[in-house]
Design a protein around this ligand. Structure first.
Ligand SMILES: [Zn+2]
Length: 475
């Protein structure tokens, strides 16, 4: 069974690389991934999957099923790019299309690695003797908001038994680190325009309110738990200095290890915004864009993925890949590996240093980071609260390469990324088949998940009636 799935990925590597490279070239931003999602849907349709497209109020969200009955094993795919990161698949900085987006988080690989897994499992189902359904989730806009949260609210995960996903990374490793829970919110202030020099007494500045809110928020930092994070950008601050700005807005991220900590900080932040309106005689409205949970992994799923990683092995990089990686490494800051050292236990430090001194990770490394919190946020977290979930990364980037960088765009469009992606497809397929063959494993994972969430059931952080934030897309 496993061999058959691995063989399928090997035999179809050209197809998968072609789909991935096309999505890399499309490089579409969140909620606008029309060509990318269409290509994935077309490929799944042609393979005989039954596809439900345009789900949960998002034209680029979909899911696709193959097989019959239980268990239903879900594999998550993403395919959105990042603004301003256009880059050629070269080991030095060279823009492909000026000002265009690029796949700096490797989601072209993410979407297609998961696609390869779904298709490989389908091939094994076709042999007979395999019960269950394989489901591919086409999840848009991971970078910008909680699209998966909307898909959960729509009930698309209600019948799912197990979810698995992966992310292109620097290492071949099971991911045990949690992510930060988060709220993404825009505070819009409304004041009154006036001539800034001739009639200032009649103006009420929305920009003043934004600035005072930021001052308040910066003072709040002193009194937050140390693992919480607060970031903001002023997304509108007026047009010209000689008109008192009647409209101004500031976009905040509030992050913390636990959802309730985010919610507590968020209430305090709203109070600060209200204070700013009192000081400036302005009014304020809140545009809640997104909220998400921290990730909680299920050990049973982790163990299955870990075994599959050993069975499949690490990507096999050749001389050309190493030469490319060495060249690319020249552009990486020397201290870029410091973050990794935090996650290495002291007794593994020598081993860790040896791995990190290479330009590419060529072996499967033992899982590390349990109980630690990673520095970003992801909507995969919400799925992990809904159903048992496991996640891993494969080496698709060079070691030390920063996240969301042109260096990652480069490797996502050439053989280093391709090899990591094909490895991920095999690992996901082998893991899904393991669950389909062993109903006990599925039961145990669900049991473990239910126990972990007994006192903390999933309650969507998205307020009822909230729609995906299409109004925030740049025209
Ligand atoms: Zn990503």
């Amino acid at each position: 069974m496993f061999r058959q799935a691995i063989k399928w990925v090997r035999a179809n590597r050209e197809l998968l690389i072609d789909v991935s490279d096309q999505i890399w070239q499309f490089a579409e931003l969140g909620l606008e991934e029309f060509k990318s999602s269409n290509l994935l849907i077309k490929t799944l349709n042609e393979a005989g999957f039954s596809v439900s497209s345009n789900v949960a109020d998002m034209p680029t969200a979909f899911y696709a099923d193959y097989g019959k009955g239980k268990p239903i094993i879900g594999i998550l795919g993403e395919y959105d790019a990042l603004p301003g990161l256009s880059q050629k698949a070269k080991p030095f900085k060279e823009v492909l299309t000026e000002g265009a987006p690029g796949h700096g988080c490797g989601h072209n690989l993410l979407g297609v690695g998961s696609l390869g897994a779904a298709l490989a499992v389908k091939d094994v189902i076709d042999l007979g003797n395999m019960r269950g359904t394989i489901r591919y989730y086409g999840c848009p806009a991971e970078e910008t908001f909680n699209a998966k949260g909307y898909m959960i609210k729509e009930g698309l995960f209600d019948d799912l038994d197990i979810a698995m996903t992966w992310h292109p990374g620097n290492l071949n490793m099971l991911n045990l680190r949690s992510s930060l829970a988060m709220n993404s919110v825009v505070f819009k202030f409304h004041g009154r325009t006036a001539h800034a020099a001739a009639d200032p007494q009649n103006g009420r500045s929305a920009l003043d309110a934004v600035e005072l809110m930021n001052v308040g928020a910066n003072f709040m930092r002193e009194h937050m738990i140390s693992d919480a994070k607060l970031h903001y950008v002023i997304t509108h601050g007026g047009d010209v200095p000689n008109v008192v700005p009647a409209e101004a807005e500031v976009h905040y991220f509030v992050r913390a290890p636990e959802r309730h900590q985010v919610e507590e900080l968020y209430v305090r932040l709203i109070n600060i915004a209200k204070g700013a309106t009192l000081m400036t005689e302005t009014t304020m409205e809140i545009d809640f864009l997104s909220g998400m949970f921290n990730t909680m992994y299920t050990e049973v799923v982790d163990d299955v993925i870990s075994d599959s990683m050993k069975k499949v092995g690490a990507p096999r990089f050749n001389k050309g890949d190493i030469t490319f990686a060495k060249e690319l490494k020249k552009s990486i800051p020397k201290n870029s590996l410091e973050e990794y050292y935090k996650f290495i236990p002291p007794d593994m430090m020598e081993f860790g240093k040896a791995i990190l001194s290479q330009p590419l990770n060529k072996i499967i490394i033992p899982p590390i980071g349990k109980g630690k919190v990673d520095l970003g946020s992801t909507d995969v977290a919400d799925v992990s609260w809904k159903v048992p979930l496991g996640e891993f990364e494969t080496a698709c980037e060079i070691l030390g390469s920063p996240g969301h960088s042109w260096q990652n765009v480069a490797t996502s469009g050439m053989s280093i990324g391709h090899k990591g992606m094909l490895t991920a497809a095999k690992i996901l397929a082998v893991s899904a088949l393991e669950f389909m063959q062993n109903p006990n494993l599925v039961e145990n994972a669900i049991k473990e998940h239910n126990i972990a969430h007994k006192d903390k059931p999933y309650k969507s952080p998205l307020p009822d009636g909230l729609k995906p934030p299409f109004h925030r897309l740049k025209k």
